[in-house]
Design a protein around this ligand. Structure first.
Ligand SMILES: [Zn+2]
Length: 122
């Protein structure tokens, strides 16, 4: 079973690419892939996207979630260039200054989530 099928319920990165699909009618892109477009109902074709993008929105969540020990975790919506908008965890309770709107990030996959790492961060 491929990673794509095993993790079909969430965003997956394979060989450095975000697995998704794009509508053959309106070009709307999603990840994880869907059989039908959520925007127009058209057929979606499998496509992968670069694992990088820019922060669209970001918030610090005060709950212990996923596999993270910290009770606070930053989550961000990331717009992949010419691709879908995906939800990614931040680097623990990272400050908002690390995830400003429009900041470039690289997406990495962990055991239970996708993590957005700011470009240029150590
Ligand atoms: Zn569509």
């Amino acid at each position: 079973m491929s990673a794509t099928v095993a993790n079909a319920h969430r965003v997956t990165i394979v060989d450095g690419r975000v697995i998704g699909s794009r509508c053959s009618s309106c070009s709307f892109a999603v990840s994880p892939p869907l059989p039908r477009c959520p925007r127009c109902g058209g057929e979606q074709d499998a496509q992968d996207f670069p694992a990088r993008g820019r922060i669209w929105a970001s918030a610090l969540i005060h709950l212990p979630v996923l596999d993270r020990d910290a009770a606070r975790t930053r989550f961000s919506y990331v717009d992949i260039e010419n691709g879908p908008r995906v939800l990614a965890a931040g680097d623990g309770p990272a400050p908002e200054s690390d995830y400003p709107i429009g900041a470039a990030v690289i997406l990495c996959e962990t055991t239970s989530s996708i993590t957005a790492i700011p470009v240029g961060k150590d």
